[in-house]
Design a binder for this molecule. Structure first.
Ligand code: ADP
Length: 293
């Protein structure tokens, strides 16, 4: 069992030939509305990767909340502990131009209200083999969940995204850190030249490097580079979410960690073959197929 504690957003994505400037109105070409937020993405990714998984998060009392719950549930995620708070859901307003550049405004809405975890929410954390969290909800909440996880032997995977500094109080509870280069730099001041610098903070870490694969390092002295799986890349959005979730699923299944990282790399690569975020997250069969290559 994997439990994901994190954010859920409705992504409202509009496409136009060119992005509007301040004060300007531009006529667009396409619009899609898709579930997003790193928490929801990773919960969906974990379910597709084959875990029985629950999502702890907060949606608003608006129509976006209703749709978010329906979509996350339809992906096979247990949303029985998903909170509804009065007000707006988290929303990402995304504008994309003809060459793929974007402007993104995220209003956290209900995600900001996810504090003071209930007994039932904490029990869901304790019942899991692995807990996965990111930093799009209040960091105190992540710490609270990680403390519950620790007390029950649930392994704590922290995807320290988006990039920011993380309190020592939380880092001390982390079993496995997953960061990309920007996030690693925010934590250690050093990027791909020194993945082992992460071991000053946590006992095990993965540094993901997009098409350059990933480093796995731990305090037992392991430092292994896992190459990326070669695929025809369409859009690398959410590759990190697919990677983190697959890593947690494989680790929860008791697989050897290096093997889990290789499987996660296959999941990240699979995700880049399709346009979009949550819609591009791979199922287990596709991950297995790329892993076997
Ligand atoms: P994030 O999306 O968090 O920035 P990365 O871009 O580092 O994360 O991607 C996470 C993982 O997904 C990488 O370590 C790699 O295994 C896989 N991946 C990402 N981009 C590619 C790519 N272009 N080709 C193959 N694998 C990729």
């Amino acid at each position: 069992r994997v439990v994901v504690v994190g954010s859920a957003n409705m992504d409202l994505v509009g496409t136009a030939p060119a992005l509007p400037r301040v004060g300007e109105t531009v006529l667009g070409t396409d619009f899609v509305m898709v579930p997003g937020g790193k928490g929801a993405n990773q919960a969906i990714a974990a379910a597709r990767a084959g875990a029985s998984g629950a999502f702890l998060g907060a949606i608003g009392s608006d129509s976006f909340g209703v749709t978010l719950r329906a979509r996350i549930t339809a992906a096979g995620v247990d949303t029985s502990q998903l909170r509804v708070t009065y007000g707006s859901s988290g929303v990402a307003l995304v504008m994309v131009n003809a060459v793929g550049e974007n402007l993104i405004l995220v209003t956290p809405g209900a995600n900001a209200s996810l504090t003071g975890l209930t007994d039932a929410e904490l029990a869901a954390v304790r019942d899991a083999d692995v807990m996965v969290a990111q930093l799009e909800i209040p960091v105190e909440t992540v710490t609270e969940a990680a403390m519950a996880a620790r007390s029950a032997g649930t392994r704590v995977v922290l995807n320290a995204a988006p990039a920011r500094q993380v309190p020592t109080e939380l880092l001390d509870l982390v079993d496995m850190l997953v960061v990309n280069e920007v996030e690693a730099t925010a934590l250690t001041g050093r990027g791909r030249e020194a993945p082992e610098a992460l071991l000053d903070l946590v006992p095990r870490a993965v540094l993901t490097l997009g098409a350059d694969g990933a480093w796995y390092v731990d305090r037992d002295g392991t430092a292994v580079h896992v190459p990326a799986v070669e695929v025809d890349v369409v859009d690398s959005t959410a590759a990190g979410d697919a990677f983190t979730a697959a890593l947690a699923v494989a680790w929860g299944e008791g697989r050897d960690l290096l093997d889990a990282v290789r499987w996660a790399a296959a999941a990240g690569a699979a995700c880049t073959r399709r346009l979009g975020a949550s819609v591009a997250l791979p199922h287990r069969a596709e991950i297995d197929e790329l892993y076997a290559r």
